[in-house]
Design a protein around this ligand. Sequence first.
Ligand code: ADP
Ligand code: ADP
Length: 226
Amino acid sequence: MIRLENIQRRYVSDEVETTALADINLDVAAGEFVAIMGPSGCGKSTLLNTLGTVDRPTAGRYLFGDRDLVALNEAELARFRAMTLGFVFQSFNLIDELTIAENVELGLIYRKDAGGDRKGRVAAAMDRVGISHRARHYPHQLSGGQQQRAAIARAIVGEPKLILADEPTGNLDTENGQQVMDILTSLNADGATIIMVTHSPSHADIARRRIDMLDGRIVASLARAI
Ligand code: ADP
Ligand code: ADP
């Protein structure tokens, strides 16, 4: 489903050049659950942002299915993201002024095909992550674990092909972190492809493949025996 070929990402500021991604080659098949690990600054977020098309590589090719994403303009990429991707962040990124149900509905807002049964789809997504009883509450009225589950509902309400999660358990205690991992595991079992950055070795073990990064490169890729 995904192929990265010789992806590079360099930043230049004040004449200092940083190579965030040196030479990334990566294939991810539909239905995989991949964890990305590595020390701070090794390029994990840049890789996830590249996969999410919110950061453009300075060289290399990004193929998604049979499409070459590097060739798309910003409007085409925005549409691709809305139709194909779901994002989950460490800090939840819910909108404080909107209720949980309204936040979840944001996941449908740029989807043309979501016309008819929007409320039904929002209700189903909230039910899936166990926050239906919080639909009319505002984010600050929820615990961190509940907020992250709401953010996952927003990510999945449009039924994305690929879920990108950047340290989704990083701000959660052990129990809430495990709940989030259980939800991701269940979504993967139902066919969602997931790529997740994590600092937790035990959470990486839950994924079916673990990729280790160092200095902008992939230095190991290990599939778990099932
Ligand atoms: P966080 O870990 O808080 O999410 P970021 O993802 O914003 O941090 O940044 C990760 C790394 O990238 C940090 O080391 C930060 O200093 C560096 N960085 C981010 N943005 C810039 C920038 N505009 N110029 C230079 N370095 C940056
Ligand atoms: P990680 O997510 O593994 O902590 P990042 O992808 O955030 O790593 O960063 C990789 C490297 O790129 C780091 O050296 C970081 O400082 C640098 N970097 C990230 N974003 C920027 C930016 N916007 N401008 C300059 N350097 C950046």
